[in-house]
Structures are given as C-alpha cells and as structure tokens.
Write a protein that binds this ligand. Structure first.
Ligand code: ZN
Length: 381
C-alpha cells in the first residue's frame, strides 16, 4: 500500500532550513504526542490551513531558538482541523522510503529513531474531534505501510519517558487507533521481523541466513545487530530494498536462494575468497586477517600498482541502494554542482534527481540509474 496521507511538507509551510541535517534511522514505532496547547475554541490553529502553517512555524521557532535544537523536534503535526504537516525536514521523504530521521520528541534515543506525531490539543479528558482523529489514522496507516510497522507498535510518548503526554484520554484511545489502523491496512499487514524481534521465528530466520551463507552470529532467537547486518547484506546482494526488515518478499527470496554447495576453496585462491566474502558481515575481518599475512613490500607494490584506478562498486546503483558507494556517488555529484540532498549513503529521491540532472548534462540516457557509464563519468569528470 503506497503512502497516501496528505502531508504538507516543511518547504510548503515555509519552514526555516535546519541548522543541521539529521541522521537517517530505521523506525520501529510510531510515537503519539499532544502539544499541550489549548483546546477549541481557543486552539492555536483555529482549525484553518493558514492557522496550521503558522502553528508549525511557531513550534519550529520555539524548538530552534528556545531549545537550541537543529530543527522541529517532532516529525509530524496534526492540527485540530485535521491538517497534517511535516516537522523535522526530510521526515516525509525518509518515511516514504521506509526510514525516518533522528528527531527530538521522545526524550529517549530509541524513541527518537521513530516518527513522533504531535496532535494539537490537551487530551487529558478532552476528546479529539473526528476530523483530527481521521487524519491521525490516515498518517499512521501510511507510516505503518511504508515503514512496515505493525500497528501494535503505535505507542504513546509516556511509553518512552516519564511524562503525562499524550494525555490520559488520548493514551486510552491508542488501542482503538491500533485497531482502526489495522483494519485500514487489511490484508497488507504482515508479521514483520526486524531489529528487536524475538522468538522461534527469529531463530528460523537466523538458521536460514546461516545456511545460505549470510552469518547472523549466534542462533539465539534475538534479532540484534548481527542478524540485522546479515539481513541487509542479503537484501543488498539480492538488490532488494535493504531496509533490514524481513517481509514476505525477503522470506521468499531467502527460501529460493541457492544453498552454497561447498565451502570456500581450502586452497588459497584470493579472487574466489574475496568474491565469497564480499558483502558478508565478516568481510572486513576476513580481509584484515588476510592482509596481516602479506609482507609489507608486497602490500606497497600492490598499492602502487592499483591505487590510482577508479574503484568499481556493485552496479547499478539505484533508488533504494545504501552504503559507502552511494555516499561516494553523492559526494562526487555535489562536487560537480548537482545537489543530491543529504550526503548520507542512502539513494533516495534527491540522489535520483541529481543523477538524472547529471546524466542530462553529460548526454547519458537520463534514467536515474547509475550503471558503468554513469559511474565512470561521475568519477572521472
Ligand atoms: Zn510528547
């Protein structure tokens, strides 16, 4: 299900640029807040579009000038008129790609990796109007869908740090919110496995990853960083969206991935070894070990001979790709006057637009996909 909620971007409501761009994260939750501002008829936005935009601006000013934050602390604002507005800039693009931006709403590092939605009002006893509720449901449906978040992971601010937020009434309605969202998602909900998941299913995942040659570390039923890296390596290898979340597409690809028939060659054949370990979580360790075995003069000769040749990444690079090669691409684009947005190693809409502009300027087929020709041109020009 695509992202369908109607959200006014920070650019559209006239936000000031952030003092600094925020780190891209892998969200696990949605965090619901209230703004603790007056309810109707004294609500700040007065339920109008103009009022909503002004409210977003005043929150941004308070967070940047008052608290000294880099930008708005929340990711989204939902006003009494049911207008949805982007908070921290870049949140909307990131969410549409299944990611989020580290923000400052939850008072907790883990919570700040997930999208925070500020709902205008004080919901201790006061009940949210239907318009605002429906917008909250719309936004949660879109976020759950694009970020593969189970509706059970819709939480309140107070689940992350000591606070009254989002008010007793709104907190008591989170179960209704989860079931409304689940109903709207319908058949598109799945039992996703992601960092933090535990249990028998995770154990099965770890076993299959290991069998297919992507070592997740201990087979313990806990989806930690080792499992995450193994899943990402597998997804990259299969050119899937490398979001580290195991959905039905990733399961299917894992099940149909051929089980390596033999161990890597026991006789040292460097090229085969490198190909075998490339992209695996322990690649760096393997290569570092190998390097220690090679004499210094040999390494120097090696470096002399090869260091000035352009390196070749896994090509093509395209929307959804992540990693150091994408970062190198973004840096080269920027150096040549094409703005890819944040230099974050994530191939998003900004990077794609910059690639297309670059390709047009060089007379290369402008498909936004970095194949060998575009890669060579961007690195040599
Ligand atoms: Zn809050």
């Amino acid at each position: 299900m695509p992202f369908t909620a109607s959200v006014i971007s920070a650019k559209e409501w006239g936000a000031k640029p952030p003092k600094q761009w925020s780190e891209i994260t892998r969200p696990q939750y949605i965090v619901v807040h209230h703004t603790a501002t007056p309810n109707s008829p004294n609500d700040v936005s007065k339920g109008t579009l103009a009022g909503a935009k002004n409210f977003a601006k005043s929150i941004q000013t308070a967070h940047m000038d008052g608290f000294g934050w880099v930008d708005s602390g929340h990711n989204f604002l939902n006003t009494t008129g049911g207008f949805l507005l982007e908070g921290r800039q870049g949140s909307l693009d990131a969410i549409k790609q299944g990611r989020c931006l580290r923000s400052a709403h939850a008072g907790n590092p883990k919570g700040n990796e997930s999208p925070g939605i500020e709902n205008e009002g004080t919901f201790t006893t006061y009940q949210m109007n239907a318009q605002q509720w429906n917008s909250l449901v719309d936004l949660c449906v879109s976020i759950c869908s694009s970020c593969k978040i189970d509706p059970d992971n819709i939480k309140g601010h107070r689940d992350f740090s000591p606070t009254q937020c989002p008010g007793d009434w709104l907190y008591s309605q989170l179960s209704r919110l989860r079931s409304d969202v689940r109903q709207r998602l319908g058949a598109s909900t799945e039992d996703y496995l992601r960092e933090g998941s535990t249990g028998q299913k995770v154990k099965e995942l770890q076993q299959i990853l290991k069998a297919k040659g992507f070592n997740p570390g201990p087979i313990d039923g806990v989806f930690g960083s080792g499992t995450l890296q193994a899943v990402i390596s597998f997804q990259k290898y299969q050119r899937l969206n490398a979001d580290g979340v195991v959905d039905s597409i990733t399961w299917k690809a894992l099940n149909s991935f051929p089980t390596p028939k033999e161990e890597p060659p026991s006789t040292v054949n460097l090229l085969d070894s490198y190909k075998f370990y490339r992209g695996l979580p322990h690649q760096d360790q393997a290569i570092a070990w190998l390097q220690e075995q090679v004499s210094k003069p040999t390494l120097e000769q090696f470096s002399q001979k090869w260091r000035n040749l352009p390196s070749q990444p896994f090509l093509p690079l395209q929307a959804g790709a992540v990693g150091s090669e994408v970062k190198q691409l973004q840096q080269r684009l920027q150096q040549q006057g094409f703005n890819p947005g944040a230099i974050d190693g994530v191939f998003g809409a900004g990077t794609k637009a910059a690639v297309i502009a670059f390709q047009k300027s060089k007379g290369i087929l402008a498909d936004g996909i970095v194949g060998e020709k575009t890669w060579a041109t961007v690195n040599l020009s």
